[in-house]
Write a protein that binds this ligand. Structure first.
Ligand code: M6R
Length: 594
């Protein structure tokens, strides 16, 4: 949830770390801070964005430093709670991601031993523990301190008397960028794209000593060698490419993402789908585990897998699966997580594994934590997604489900051919939705004037209603709820009135007639209705206030087209309201705490 960066080398650390932190701000952004080894240890932090902190940083010649951008867990966003945290003497500085679960007990003990604490954070125990064990060897002091710690962490530590940077990980990602005479540290790859494309991913239990020239990694006291990887993400694909917001850029990248994923797996010669993962279709059922937008992708995936692959599929909120849920029979558990770092999802997959399930991950991030839990991973090809709202990573998850279902298809040859054809047509249909951006912007502006809105759909559109509501809530701060359209009259109807609009997802499938009835009932309560309907649907305009036409698409594949329209709707509503679209308040890109 927070971002960590570090530098050791021959250059001035400050501008490098500021730049790396700017790249990571989407991980959490309620406060930030930096520490350098220059003339002693210097620490700067505040409840500001990194661009603001940069303006007040004095020149600093230090060639070793660490930095942090925070998403508050223990203690509100404040200067004192911001990282780096320091020991009593102000000689040791620490930045940390994760949660130290036994921090209260450690803190009490340290206080009784004479240490003084200033913040409400769990992290502050770390510099004090390191101070306690420091006898002139920072590596040893960090190793010893971490033995006392329970929970998860990625940490970076510097000491005023040492020119090295010590880092360690346990259940929180950390990677090292390699340069000539310099080394970089980051919790997430985008931080490094301006400096290095040669990276080493640390494993759980790794402790690393970094100098400009050298690198020593050890695990449980033994020196280990970790493989060097080439970083595929570049400065070009983590930039805004001229768009006003990352979210808008990422929405526009969707035709390309879909084309790449489909092109790589669907044969153009014979109708077949080939994947890098192997799925044993003799399992008794599939269990999908996910949170937030990924959960809505899983709800679509459930219908797609059941209909195309004819396998029983259960979907669970990962955050609920840990509580007294179990599995029956031989089950394949699939975790869906764009970041691969969502704590609830990872915990749920571990539980499924412990219950005897086979395991797989659908994720966008190579070497992310979920890929270490799962037996195999299906990588979506969305590329870096910087906007906090999931957009292209969501459509990539949908495409993953279509591809998996088609690789296991139990349908006749004609249907199979039709479905692969529909998949290939998706990029151009999504492009047509993007081309109608101006029209969608008008609807978004209108919605921005309301405080509440319902999204309704039936069948495969129901998860899209949930996703549409989440998106506008998340970035436009409009209270929104998604409902299965038939459920409105079981309570929520009480809220309907002129000032309470409804967005209705009306596909011309077997849900159409029932949707029309629901829309008439809604209109009878005077709520304005915007219908997202298929092009050529002449009927719908008679019953609703506004129609947003979408390209006709086979029912199972329609969620892709609908979701792009809903993303744009939320985006333009948020823009009209002047919201900080890429960095909505209180949120962070990946949720690494339960
Ligand atoms: O990285 P994940 O896919 O596991 O994230 C799950 C949710 O936190 C995420 O989808 C969240 O709901 C999105 N920011 C919504 O746009």
């Amino acid at each position: 949830m927070c971002g960590i960066v570090g530098y050791v080398g021959c250059k001035e650390a400050q501008p490098i770390l500021v730049n790396c932190l700017k790249r990571l701000e989407y991980r959490g952004y309620d406060s930030c801070g930096l520490a350098f080894l220059g003339d002693g240890l210097q620490v700067y932090k505040d409840v500001v964005r990194i661009g603001e902190l940069e303006k007040i940083l004095p020149p600093n010649g230090g060639r070793v430093g660490i930095g942090h951008t925070r998403w508050a867990t223990h203690g509100r966003p404040s200067k004192v709670n911001a990282h780096p945290h320091v020991d009593c003497r102000g000689e040791i500085a620490v930045v940390h991601n994760g949660i130290i679960s036994n921090f209260l007990a450690l803190r009490e003990r340290l206080v009784s031993e004479g240490h003084h604490f200033f913040s409400e954070t769990d992290t502050e125990v770390l510099p004090h523990l390191i101070e306690k064990y420091y006898r002139g060897n920072l590596e040893e002091a960090v190793r010893r301190a971490l033995q006392d710690v329970e929970g998860s962490y990625a940490v970076a530590v510097i000491h005023r008397n040492s020119g090295e940077l010590i880092a360690a990980r346990h259940e929180s990602p950390l990677l090292i960028g390699l340069g000539d005479g310099e080394k970089f540290l980051a919790s997430d790859a985008p931080a490094l794209v301006d400096y290095s494309d040669r990276v080493v991913y640390l494993e759980d239990g790794d402790l690393v000593v970094m100098h400009g020239e050298g690198l020593k990694i050890s695990n449980q006291g033994r020196e280990v060698v970790r493989k060097e990887h080439h970083l595929e993400w570049t400065a070009k694909n983590v930039g805004k490419a001229g768009y006003e917001h990352f979210m808008l850029k990422e929405i526009h990248e969707q035709p390309g993402v879909i084309e790449e994923m489909v092109g790589e797996s669907v044969s153009t010669i014979e109708p077949s789908v080939n994947l890098e993962v192997f799925i044993d279709r003799t399992v008794d059922g599939i269990l999908l585990l996910a949170c937030g937008t990924s959960y809505y992708a899983a709800m679509v995936g459930q219908q797609v897998l059941e209909e195309i692959a004819r396998l029983p599929v259960r979907v669970e909120l990962a955050s609920e699966f840990s509580y007294s849920r179990t599995v029956v029979g031989r089950t394949l558990a699939i975790a869906i997580s764009q970041s691969g770092e969502t704590a609830d999802t990872n915990r749920a997959l571990k539980k499924a594994r412990d219950l005897g399930c086979r395991t797989m991950a659908i994720t966008n991030v190579r070497d992310s934590t979920v890929t270490r839990i799962a037996e195999q991973s299906f990588y979506t090809k969305a590329g870096p997604e910087i906007g906090v709202a999931a957009t292209k990573s969501f459509t990539a998850q949908l495409i993953a489900f279509y591809l998996i279902a088609l690789s296991l298809a139990e349908v006749d040859a004609g249907t199979f051919r039709h479905m692969t054809q529909e998949l290939r047509l998706l990029p151009s249909k999504v492009q047509r939705v993007l081309d109608s951006e101006k029209v969608i912007a008008g609807h978004g502006r209108r919605l921005s004037g309301y405080e509440s809105v319902f999204y309704v759909g039936r069948g495969i559109s129901y998860p899209m209603a949930l996703e549409g509501a989440l998106k506008i809530k998340e970035i436009a701060y409009i209270h929104a709820e998604g409902y299965a359209a038939g459920e409105l009259k079981h309570g929520p109807f009480a809220l309907l009135r002129e000032k309470f609009p409804v967005v209705a997802l009306t596909l011309r499938d077997d849900t159409y007639e029932a949707m029309l009835s629901n829309i008439k009932e809604i209109k009878a309560r005077e709520s304005p209705v915007l219908a997202l309907a298929e092009e050529g649907d002449q009927e719908i305009a008679k019953y609703v206030d506004y129609v947003l036409p979408l390209p006709q698409t086979d029912r199972l594949f329609a969620p892709v087209v609908i979701s792009v329209a809903l993303q744009l709707l939320a985006y333009f509503a948020a823009r009209s309201r002047g919201c900080p679209i890429d960095t909505p308040r209180n949120l962070a890109k990946s949720v690494t705490v339960e």
